[in-house]
Design a protein around this ligand. Structure first.
Ligand SMILES: Cc1cc2nc3c(=O)[nH]c(=O)nc-3n(C[C@H](O)[C@H](O)[C@H](O)COP(=O)(O)OP(=O)(O)OC[C@H]3O[C@@H](n4cnc5c(N)ncnc54)[C@H](O)[C@@H]3O)c2cc1C
Length: 276
């Protein structure tokens, strides 16, 4: 009897797939290096996650947690085979607008969380370019940043608490859904960015902040001299007013359409684009 047969006995047929297309889909992330797992598990609930991990530990089967598979490092590839624990369907989400906290299952996408928060005038700032499909579990495990990181920081800056399972199948909770939680070892931050090597995340309490009332984009152009960025950009420095992101473009000569739609040429110019 194989380890996957034993797994089926313990958690039932319905939650385990060995279908070729499912194995292939779970064999890689965005790096596109593929290693087939032996089986893909779609856990029904937390109890089942614990059961799978306990059995894997007993039988020495490698386990890889999976969200959307959008990591670009091969972190999601089950290099040693074994079982993939797929959390993409764990999509429950609750927003508490009073405490400005979100209670999130790992399969909720970053974009879905931000859109739900916006309905309450709040926002979840971490915004990796993959936000549309990257899951909260995956972005916690990768400590993802994003385009607005210079202003708002990264995923770690928005986590109050995590819960999940150790590789031995033991349930753990790190932190709590309160704003001040400072005692004891900070296991929560150790888990963030650990790419699933320390355990499996099954829930998180995340910090939301008031959404900006409006967003503005500015284009600033300046002459190509060595000192220009320091001197001319001073009004836009983080201490003056912090843009959410800046794009520096070296465009020389720069052509801009004027109000009549005619191209006007600015020779020897650089451009900076700011977004708040
Ligand atoms: C187009 C594109 C743009 C991107 N832009 C950025 C960017 O601007 N900034 C940035 O920082 N990153 C960026 N990324 C990478 C980003 O970090 C990942 O997309 C994201 O974190 C992975 O989420 P996922 O749900 O796809 O996780 P997956 O790829 O499924 O998993 C990623 C890692 O997390 C682990 N994991 C997944 N779920 C869990 C869980 N429940 N418990 C424990 N471990 C788990 C996996 O084992 C794996 O190690 C980008 C990626 C793409 C493809």
């Amino acid at each position: 009897m194989t380890s996957t047969d034993k797994l089926r006995q313990v958690i039932g047929e319905a939650s385990v797939s060995v279908a070729e297309d499912v194995l292939f889909r779970s064999s890689m992330d965005n790096l596109r290096l593929s290693r087939l797992p032996d089986a893909v598990v779609f856990p029904r609930d937390e109890e089942m996650v614990g059961q799978v991990l306990r059995l894997a530990n007993e039988l020495s089967v490698p386990v890889t947690a999976r969200g959307a598979g959008s990591a670009t490092t091969g972190a999601t590839t089950p290099w040693h085979g074994g079982w993939v624990l797929d959390f993409s369907q764990w999509q429950q989400l609750h927003i508490d607008p009073v405490s400005q906290m979100a209670y999130v299952q790992p399969g909720v996408t970053v974009q879905a969380l931000d859109q739900a928060a916006l309905k309450h005038g709040l926002t979840y700032p971490p915004d990796p370019g993959s936000a549309k499909y990257a899951t909260i579990g995956g972005t916690l495990a990768c400590n993802a940043g994003g385009l607005r990181g210079a202003k708002y920081g990264v995923t770690r800056d928005y986590v109050y608490a995590l819960e999940g399972f150790l590789p031995t199948g033991e349930f753990v909770r790190w932190g709590a859904g309160v704003k001040k939680y400072v005692s004891g070892y900070n296991m929560r931050d150790l888990w963030i960015g650990s790419e699933g090597t320390l355990g499996v995340i099954t829930g998180a309490v995340l910090k939301l902040i008031p959404a900006p009332e409006s967003r503005q984009t500015f284009f600033v152009r300046f002459l190509l001299t060595k000192s220009v960025p320091c001197v001319q950009l001073k009004p836009f420095s983080p201490s003056a007013c912090c843009p959410a992101h800046w794009n520096f473009s070296i465009v020389s000569p720069l052509y801009v359409l004027n109000a009549c739609g005619n191209a006007v040429c600015f020779p020897d110019m650089q451009v900076v684009r700011f977004c708040w």
